[in-house]
Design a protein around this ligand. Structure first.
Ligand code: PLP
Length: 223
């Protein structure tokens, strides 16, 4: 079986040059993440503040040249921690959260970059904004001085067949293009984060330029 480093190198070689590999590192150890970084991973994504903090402060990753992204739902009362730990929030999904992040950034003298998470399949139990609410949210967030919106993220519905997810990636891509065309001041539509281990090839076909891979890099998650 290949090790993490070999898998990362293989994936990076196989990706089109405009696509960035993000390692989705929930439940992984710091040394596993370090292997991925040594092999070329430039972004580590985490779902939970605590796991990100522990990993970021570990001796294995201290001082590593890697960017930290939040890819899980963020509660407003954790905005301060999030601003401290992350370089990007990929899961911004409400004006209230945007305001909370802006306030904490102001206090800490930081600017936070963020992607708007789209609930592309309009699933009730999923986080993210409904596609039609993305533009109003972006317009409001664009008014905040310490926040910069740089694109969209989506998960899509769960399915074993990536073709089932393709329409939701496509919808998110169309939304991305439509919002780009509006040229909203203070908004720069650069990143489209879509696709996980089972679906990233389809996501890239539909325009993703960040793919978030966990099991393809690290192997099956321990139960
Ligand atoms: C876990 C996770 C991933 C990666 O999932 P895999 O199927 O292990 O590649 C990507 N994005 C988010 C938001 C995740 O929670």
């Amino acid at each position: 079986m290949k090790n993490i480093g070999e898998r990362v190198k293989e994936i990076i070689q196989s990706l089109p040059s405009h696509v960035t590999l993000e390692a989705a590192a929930k439940t992984r150890t710091a040394s596993e993440a370090r292997e991925a970084v040594d092999a070329g991973v430039k972004i580590i994504g985490h779902n939970y503040i605590q796991q990100a903090q522990t990993m970021k402060e570990s001796p294995e990753l201290a001082g590593c040249d890697v960017r930290w992204h939040l890819i899980g739902h963020l509660q407003r009362n954790k905005a301060r921690d999030a601003v401290e730990i992350f370089d990007m929030i990929e899961s911004l999904d409400s004006v209230k959260l945007a305001r909370a992040l802006d306030k904490r950034c102001q206090e800490m003298g930081k600017t936070m970059t963020a992607l708007i998470e789209i609930n592309s399949a309009k699933e009730e139990a999923k986080s993210g904004v409904m596609p039609e609410d993305a533009e109003p949210l972006i317009r409001e967030a664009a008014e905040l001085e310490n926040l910069r919106i740089e694109g969209l993220m989506t998960m899509g519905p769960f399915s074993d067949d990536p073709e089932d997810i393709r329409p939701y990636f496509r919808l998110t891509r169309e939304l991305f293009d439509n919002i780009s065309r509006l040229s909203i001041p203070n908004v720069e539509m650069k990143y489209l984060s879509m696709g996980m281990s089972d679906s990233y090839l389809v996501a890239i076909e539909e325009g993703a330029n960040i793919v978030r891979l966990g099991t393809t890099i690290f192997g099956p998650r321990p139960k």
